[in-house]
Design a protein around this ligand. Structure first.
Ligand SMILES: [Zn+2]
Length: 255
Protein backbone atom coordinates (compact mmCIF):
# COMPACT_ATOMS: atom_id res chain seq x y z
CA UNK A 1 0.00 0.00 0.00
CA UNK A 2 1.97 2.86 1.35
CA UNK A 3 4.11 4.47 2.38
CA UNK A 4 4.53 7.24 -0.13
CA UNK A 5 6.07 10.16 1.63
CA UNK A 6 7.21 12.81 -0.81
CA UNK A 7 4.42 12.39 -3.33
CA UNK A 8 1.87 15.16 -3.52
CA UNK A 9 -1.21 12.96 -3.64
CA UNK A 10 -4.12 13.80 -1.42
CA UNK A 11 -4.21 12.81 2.21
CA UNK A 12 -4.93 9.14 2.81
CA UNK A 13 -6.76 7.85 5.86
CA UNK A 14 -6.63 4.38 7.46
CA UNK A 15 -8.50 3.01 10.49
CA UNK A 16 -7.49 0.41 13.07
CA UNK A 17 -9.10 -1.09 16.16
CA UNK A 18 -6.54 -1.12 18.98
CA UNK A 19 -8.37 -2.95 21.76
CA UNK A 20 -11.84 -2.92 23.27
CA UNK A 21 -13.33 -1.90 26.58
CA UNK A 22 -16.63 -2.94 28.17
CA UNK A 23 -18.32 -0.28 30.26
CA UNK A 24 -21.83 0.70 31.36
CA UNK A 25 -23.63 2.08 28.30
CA UNK A 26 -24.51 5.24 30.25
CA UNK A 27 -20.79 6.01 30.24
CA UNK A 28 -21.18 6.63 26.49
CA UNK A 29 -24.77 7.81 26.22
CA UNK A 30 -26.84 8.95 29.16
CA UNK A 31 -29.77 7.18 30.74
CA UNK A 32 -29.29 3.74 29.19
CA UNK A 33 -29.01 0.42 31.01
CA UNK A 34 -26.64 -2.44 30.43
CA UNK A 35 -23.08 -2.53 29.19
CA UNK A 36 -21.48 -2.07 25.79
CA UNK A 37 -18.20 -3.38 24.44
CA UNK A 38 -16.67 -0.60 22.37
CA UNK A 39 -13.61 -0.36 20.12
CA UNK A 40 -10.62 1.92 20.73
CA UNK A 41 -10.40 3.66 17.34
CA UNK A 42 -7.09 4.74 15.82
CA UNK A 43 -6.39 6.49 12.50
CA UNK A 44 -3.32 6.80 10.35
CA UNK A 45 -3.14 10.01 8.34
CA UNK A 46 -0.74 9.71 5.42
CA UNK A 47 0.11 13.23 4.24
CA UNK A 48 2.78 14.10 1.65
CA UNK A 49 4.68 15.94 4.42
CA UNK A 50 4.52 13.16 7.02
CA UNK A 51 2.70 10.42 8.83
CA UNK A 52 0.40 11.19 11.76
CA UNK A 53 -1.71 9.03 14.03
CA UNK A 54 -4.93 10.23 15.57
CA UNK A 55 -4.94 8.45 18.94
CA UNK A 56 -3.01 5.26 19.64
CA UNK A 57 -5.49 2.95 21.43
CA UNK A 58 -4.68 0.78 24.40
CA UNK A 59 -1.16 -0.09 25.48
CA UNK A 60 0.28 -3.51 24.71
CA UNK A 61 0.56 -3.94 28.49
CA UNK A 62 -3.09 -5.10 28.33
CA UNK A 63 -2.34 -8.07 26.04
CA UNK A 64 -3.08 -11.19 28.11
CA UNK A 65 -3.84 -9.16 31.25
CA UNK A 66 -6.70 -10.67 33.21
CA UNK A 67 -6.48 -8.83 36.53
CA UNK A 68 -7.62 -5.32 37.38
CA UNK A 69 -8.42 -3.31 34.26
CA UNK A 70 -7.75 -6.49 32.26
CA UNK A 71 -11.24 -7.58 33.31
CA UNK A 72 -12.82 -4.88 31.17
CA UNK A 73 -10.11 -4.28 28.55
CA UNK A 74 -9.75 -6.82 25.74
CA UNK A 75 -6.46 -6.36 23.87
CA UNK A 76 -5.87 -9.09 21.26
CA UNK A 77 -2.19 -9.64 20.58
CA UNK A 78 -2.34 -8.24 17.03
CA UNK A 79 -4.05 -5.02 18.16
CA UNK A 80 -1.20 -2.85 19.53
CA UNK A 81 -0.68 0.06 17.15
CA UNK A 82 2.92 -0.91 16.38
CA UNK A 83 1.72 -4.30 15.12
CA UNK A 84 -1.11 -2.71 13.17
CA UNK A 85 1.40 -0.44 11.40
CA UNK A 86 3.89 -3.22 10.68
CA UNK A 87 1.08 -5.26 9.13
CA UNK A 88 0.74 -2.37 6.64
CA UNK A 89 4.52 -2.29 6.15
CA UNK A 90 4.81 0.99 8.00
CA UNK A 91 7.71 1.09 10.45
CA UNK A 92 6.42 2.60 13.72
CA UNK A 93 9.68 4.58 13.87
CA UNK A 94 8.46 6.55 10.83
CA UNK A 95 5.46 8.13 12.55
CA UNK A 96 6.12 11.87 12.77
CA UNK A 97 3.11 13.02 14.79
CA UNK A 98 0.77 11.61 17.42
CA UNK A 99 -2.39 13.66 17.69
CA UNK A 100 -4.01 12.71 21.00
CA UNK A 101 -7.69 13.63 21.12
CA UNK A 102 -7.16 13.39 24.86
CA UNK A 103 -4.92 11.40 27.17
CA UNK A 104 -7.24 8.70 28.56
CA UNK A 105 -5.69 5.27 28.53
CA UNK A 106 -7.77 4.02 25.59
CA UNK A 107 -6.44 6.89 23.43
CA UNK A 108 -2.79 7.34 24.40
CA UNK A 109 -1.77 3.80 25.37
CA UNK A 110 0.23 3.19 22.22
CA UNK A 111 2.23 6.43 22.38
CA UNK A 112 5.30 4.69 23.76
CA UNK A 113 5.56 2.45 20.66
CA UNK A 114 6.20 5.47 18.41
CA UNK A 115 9.59 6.71 19.57
CA UNK A 116 10.24 9.32 16.86
CA UNK A 117 6.86 11.02 16.95
CA UNK A 118 6.06 14.40 18.44
CA UNK A 119 2.90 14.34 20.53
CA UNK A 120 0.49 17.13 19.76
CA UNK A 121 -2.11 17.83 22.39
CA UNK A 122 -4.06 20.74 23.81
CA UNK A 123 -2.12 22.38 26.63
CA UNK A 124 -5.07 22.18 29.03
CA UNK A 125 -5.32 18.43 28.41
CA UNK A 126 -1.64 17.83 29.05
CA UNK A 127 -1.80 19.73 32.34
CA UNK A 128 -5.00 18.03 33.50
CA UNK A 129 -3.54 14.58 32.86
CA UNK A 130 -1.12 15.03 35.75
CA UNK A 131 -3.62 16.23 38.36
CA UNK A 132 -4.77 12.77 39.43
CA UNK A 133 -8.40 13.94 39.40
CA UNK A 134 -9.49 11.37 36.80
CA UNK A 135 -8.55 7.68 37.07
CA UNK A 136 -8.71 7.17 33.29
CA UNK A 137 -5.34 8.94 32.90
CA UNK A 138 -2.21 6.79 33.31
CA UNK A 139 0.95 8.90 33.17
CA UNK A 140 2.97 5.77 32.31
CA UNK A 141 0.99 5.65 29.05
CA UNK A 142 1.16 9.24 27.89
CA UNK A 143 4.29 10.72 29.46
CA UNK A 144 6.74 8.58 27.54
CA UNK A 145 9.59 10.92 26.71
CA UNK A 146 8.90 12.09 23.17
CA UNK A 147 8.71 15.82 22.44
CA UNK A 148 5.30 17.28 23.24
CA UNK A 149 3.86 20.16 21.24
CA UNK A 150 1.21 21.77 23.39
CA UNK A 151 -1.32 23.86 21.49
CA UNK A 152 -4.11 26.22 22.44
CA UNK A 153 -7.10 26.07 20.13
CA UNK A 154 -7.20 25.37 16.41
CA UNK A 155 -4.04 24.15 14.67
CA UNK A 156 -3.21 23.46 11.03
CA UNK A 157 -0.84 20.48 11.29
CA UNK A 158 0.80 20.59 7.86
CA UNK A 159 0.14 24.24 7.03
CA UNK A 160 -2.05 23.49 4.01
CA UNK A 161 -5.48 23.20 5.62
CA UNK A 162 -5.75 19.45 5.07
CA UNK A 163 -5.43 18.40 8.72
CA UNK A 164 -7.00 20.83 11.17
CA UNK A 165 -7.10 20.12 14.89
CA UNK A 166 -9.84 21.92 16.79
CA UNK A 167 -10.94 21.96 20.41
CA UNK A 168 -13.98 19.90 21.40
CA UNK A 169 -13.86 20.11 25.19
CA UNK A 170 -16.38 18.61 27.57
CA UNK A 171 -15.45 14.95 27.87
CA UNK A 172 -12.15 16.21 29.27
CA UNK A 173 -10.81 19.78 29.68
CA UNK A 174 -8.64 19.77 26.57
CA UNK A 175 -10.29 17.30 24.23
CA UNK A 176 -9.67 17.93 20.51
CA UNK A 177 -10.93 16.52 17.22
CA UNK A 178 -9.54 16.65 13.67
CA UNK A 179 -10.90 17.64 10.28
CA UNK A 180 -9.18 15.81 7.45
CA UNK A 181 -9.61 16.75 3.81
CA UNK A 182 -9.20 13.73 1.56
CA UNK A 183 -9.75 13.18 -2.15
CA UNK A 184 -13.17 11.67 -1.34
CA UNK A 185 -14.41 14.37 1.05
CA UNK A 186 -13.98 15.71 4.56
CA UNK A 187 -13.65 13.41 7.56
CA UNK A 188 -14.08 14.52 11.15
CA UNK A 189 -12.28 12.31 13.66
CA UNK A 190 -14.43 13.12 16.66
CA UNK A 191 -12.84 11.19 19.51
CA UNK A 192 -14.88 11.08 22.69
CA UNK A 193 -16.69 14.38 22.22
CA UNK A 194 -19.26 12.22 20.39
CA UNK A 195 -19.29 8.53 21.25
CA UNK A 196 -22.11 7.18 19.07
CA UNK A 197 -23.89 8.22 15.91
CA UNK A 198 -27.08 8.55 17.92
CA UNK A 199 -25.29 10.83 20.40
CA UNK A 200 -25.29 13.33 17.56
CA UNK A 201 -28.64 12.36 16.03
CA UNK A 202 -30.33 12.93 19.39
CA UNK A 203 -27.83 15.43 20.90
CA UNK A 204 -27.31 13.21 23.94
CA UNK A 205 -24.43 13.35 26.35
CA UNK A 206 -23.05 10.61 28.59
CA UNK A 207 -24.27 10.57 32.20
CA UNK A 208 -20.94 11.92 33.40
CA UNK A 209 -18.98 14.60 31.62
CA UNK A 210 -16.24 16.94 32.74
CA UNK A 211 -18.10 20.06 31.60
CA UNK A 212 -21.68 19.78 30.33
CA UNK A 213 -21.89 23.16 28.58
CA UNK A 214 -18.63 22.59 26.75
CA UNK A 215 -19.77 19.09 25.81
CA UNK A 216 -23.01 20.41 24.35
CA UNK A 217 -21.08 23.06 22.43
CA UNK A 218 -18.79 20.40 20.97
CA UNK A 219 -21.77 18.32 19.82
CA UNK A 220 -23.15 21.48 18.20
CA UNK A 221 -19.88 22.00 16.30
CA UNK A 222 -19.96 18.42 15.01
CA UNK A 223 -23.58 18.74 14.05
CA UNK A 224 -22.77 21.79 11.93
CA UNK A 225 -19.90 19.98 10.24
CA UNK A 226 -22.11 16.98 9.52
CA UNK A 227 -24.80 19.20 8.01
CA UNK A 228 -22.13 20.75 5.82
CA UNK A 229 -21.32 17.31 4.43
CA UNK A 230 -18.46 16.03 6.59
CA UNK A 231 -18.31 12.34 7.46
CA UNK A 232 -18.14 12.02 11.24
CA UNK A 233 -16.11 9.17 12.77
CA UNK A 234 -17.78 8.68 16.15
CA UNK A 235 -15.47 7.92 19.06
CA UNK A 236 -16.72 4.55 20.31
CA UNK A 237 -19.66 3.41 18.18
CA UNK A 238 -19.50 -0.39 17.63
CA UNK A 239 -22.22 -0.32 14.95
CA UNK A 240 -20.71 2.52 12.94
CA UNK A 241 -17.21 1.09 13.34
CA UNK A 242 -18.35 -2.23 11.87
CA UNK A 243 -18.79 -0.54 8.47
CA UNK A 244 -15.40 1.22 8.52
CA UNK A 245 -12.85 -0.86 6.61
CA UNK A 246 -9.83 -1.78 8.68
CA UNK A 247 -6.27 -1.10 7.57
CA UNK A 248 -7.38 -0.07 4.09
CA UNK A 249 -7.48 3.30 2.43
CA UNK A 250 -10.82 4.81 3.46
CA UNK A 251 -13.15 5.98 0.71
CA UNK A 252 -15.51 8.43 2.42
CA UNK A 253 -18.02 8.14 -0.39
CA UNK A 254 -18.46 4.43 0.41
CA UNK A 255 -19.44 5.09 4.04
ZN1 LIG B 1 -12.37 6.78 24.89
Amino acid sequence: MMPRNGSDEAVLLYAFTCGYITLPTSYFIGGEDGKTKVPACVFLIDHPKGLALFDTGFSDRFVGLEKGLGKIVDMPKEHPIADRLRALEVDPDRIDWIINSHLHLDHAGGNHMLPNATIIVQDSEWQFGFTGEDGAYATEDFDTGQPVKRINGEHDLFGDGSVILFPTAGHTPGHQSARITTATGEAVLAGDCCNFRRSLDEMRMPDQVYHADHYRGSLEKLSQLRRAGAKIFYGHDPDFWAIVPQAKKIDLKAL
